[in-house]
Design a protein around this ligand. Structure first.
Ligand code: CS2
Ligand code: MG
Length: 402
C-alpha cells in the first residue's frame, strides 16, 4: 500500500479548521487535525508545500519512521507549526492503520484501560450569581468535573467568558482585539467564586480553573494557597511555562494541583516539569504535540512520575483531534481528565464522528480507525475567515500574557 494523495482542507463552519486527508492506492483514507488557532494558514502551507509532496509513494504503515523522517528531516525541529503539521500526518496514519487492521485505534494502543473517558465541561459567566446555574447545568447533564471561569469585577472582558454560554471562541477578530488585565482585581475575586461554588454544590464535584498563563510564580503561589480550602482538581496554566523551573516556586507554597501543557509541542517542553514532579496533570494534546505517537511518549514519561493526562480539548481543536485524543485517553494507564468543549452543530456536520457523550464520559466508539471523517463537500461551503487571538495589556498599557 502506498500514499497517493494528501488533501489539505481549510474550512470555517463557525470557526477555522485545517484537516489533512491522506489517500492510499487501495482507497483507504486517514484524517488528521492540523488546526493552530489564529495561525491556521501557516500550518496549511507547511503541509501543502513541504510535507504532502514527500509523503507521496510512502508506505502508510511505517508511522514511526515517517514521524522521525518529518521531525529530524525538517532540520528545524519543534515549534507549534511544525509539530501541528507532523501531528496531522501521524494521526492520519494511525487512522489508516486501524482501518487496515479492522480495529479501533485504542486497540492498537494496547486496548482500553477504562470503560469511558471522564471529561470536564466549561461553566462560564460574567458573575458568580450567573455561573452557579451554569455549574448546575453541567452537573445535571452528567458531568463529574466542571471548569469555572467568571468575569472579574472592574475588567471589561476576561478570558474564558464570552457572550455565548455554550460556545466560547477566543479568536474574535481578524486583527487581535485588546483586553485590559489587572492581577490584583483577579486575585481578590477568584477565591470568592470557588467559595460560592463549593458552598452551593458541596465537595464531590471536581472543580477546575484556568489562570491562562497570567501570573508570576509568586502570584500563582498566592492564588493556589487561597484556593486550597476549595480543593480544586487543578489550577491550569498559572504562569507562562517557558521557564520550567519557575513552577518550583509555586510548588513550595501550595498543594493546589497544577495542570499545564496545552501550548507545548514536544516532550522537551515539559520533561523537567514531569521529572521534578512540578505538575500533576500534563495537558498536551494530539494536534499540537506531534500526534498520537509523540503524545504517548509524553504520557509514558508522565506515568513514571505520578503525573496524569489532562488533554486540551477546546473548540479550536477539531473533532478529528477529539476523536484521536479519546483513543489515547482510553488506552493510557495514567489518564486523568479530558477537556470537552462542545463544537457547534455546523462543525459536527462537517466532521461526522462516532464518539458519544453519556453520564460524564466520552467513548470513541468501536469503528475501525479513529471513527471520524471530514465531509469535504460540506466543508467547501465554509470559506476561511481571518481570526486572531486577543492581546492583553495591563492597566498601564504593558503587553501581558493573554
Ligand atoms: C483554553 C483554550 O480550553 C482551554 O484550556 O486555554 O480555550 C485556549 O484559550 C484556546 O484553545 C486557544 O486557542
Ligand atoms: Mg487552558
Amino acid at each position: 500500500m502506498r500514499i497517493v494523495e494528501g488533501r489539505v482542507v481549510v474550512t470555517c463552519p463557525g470557526r477555522n479548521f485545517v484537516t489533512l486527508k491522506l489517500v492510499t492506492d487501495e482507497g483507504v483514507t486517514g484524517v488528521g487535525d492540523a488546526t493552530l488557532n489564529g495561525r491556521e494558514l501557516a500550518v496549511a502551507a507547511y503541509l501543502t508545500e513541504h510535507v504532502v509532496p514527500v509523503l507521496i509513494g510512502r508506505d502508510p504503515a511505517r508511522i514511526e519512521d515517517t514521524w522521525q523522517y518529518l521531525y529530524k528531516g525538517a532540520y528545524w525541529r519543534r515549534g507549534p507549526v511544525t509539530m501541528s503539521a507532523i501531528a496531522a500526518v501521524d494521526t492520519a496514519l494511525w487512522d489508516i492503520k486501524g482501518k487496515v487492521a479492522g480495529l479501533p485505534v485504542y486497540q492498537l494502543l494496547g486496548g482500553r484501560c477504562r470503560d469511558g473517558v471522564t471529561v470536564y465541561g466549561h461553566a462560564n459567566a460574567a458573575t458568580v450569581e450567573e455561573v452557579l446555574p451554569e455549574v448546575a447545568r453541567h452537573i445535571g447533564s452528567g458531568y463529574q468535573a466542571v471548569r469555572v471561569q467568571t468575569g472579574v469585577p472592574g475588567l471589561a472582558t476576561t478570558y474564558g467568558v464570552g457572550t455565548d454560554r455554550r460556545f466560547y471562541e477566543p479568536a474574535d477578530a481578524a486583527v487581535p482585539s485588546e483586553a485590559v488585565w489587572s492581577t490584583e482585581k483577579y486575585l481578590a475575586h477568584v477565591p470568592r467564586v470557588f467559595a460560592a461554588v463549593r458552598k452551593e454544590f458541596g465537595p464531590d464535584v471536581k472543580l477546575l480553573h484556568d489562570v491562562h498563563h497570567r501570573l508570576t510564580p509568586i502570584e500563582a503561589a498566592r492564588l493556589g494557597k487561597s484556593l486550597e480550602p476549595y480543593a480544586l482538581t487543578w489550577m491550569e496554566d498559572p504562569v507562562p511555562a517557558e521557564l520550567q523551573e519557575s513552577l518550583r516556586l509555586i510548588r513550595q507554597h501550595t498543594t493546589t494541583p497544577i495542570a499545564v501543557g496545552e501550548v507545548f509541542n514536544t516532550i522537551w517542553d515539559c520533561e523537567r516539569l514531569i521529572r521534578e514532579q512540578l505538575i500533576d496533570y500534563i495537558r498536551t494534546t494530539v494536534v499540537h504535540a506531534g500526534g498520537i505517537s509523540h503524545l504517548r511518549r509524553i504520557f509514558d514519561l508522565a506515568a513514571l512520575h505520578h503525573v496524569r493526562s489532562g488533554s486540551h480539548g477546546a473548540t479550536d481543536l477539531s473533532p478529528v483531534c477529539m476523536a484521536a485524543a479519546l483513543h489515547v485517553d482510553l488506552a493510557i494507564p495514567n489518564f486523568g481528565l479530558q477537556e470537552y468543549m462542545r463544537h457547534t452543530d455546523a462543525t459536527d456536520a462537517v466532521f461526522p464522528h462516532a464518539y458519544r457523550f453519556a453520564d460524564g464520559y466520552l467513548h470513541p466508539g468501536d469503528e475501525p480507525g479513529l471513527g471520524v471523517d471530514i465531509d469535504e463537500d460540506l466543508a467547501a461551503r465554509y470559506p476561511y475567515r481571518p481570526a486572531s487571538l486577543p492581546v492583553n495589556r495591563l492597566e498601564d498599557g504593558t503587553v501581558h500574557s493573554w
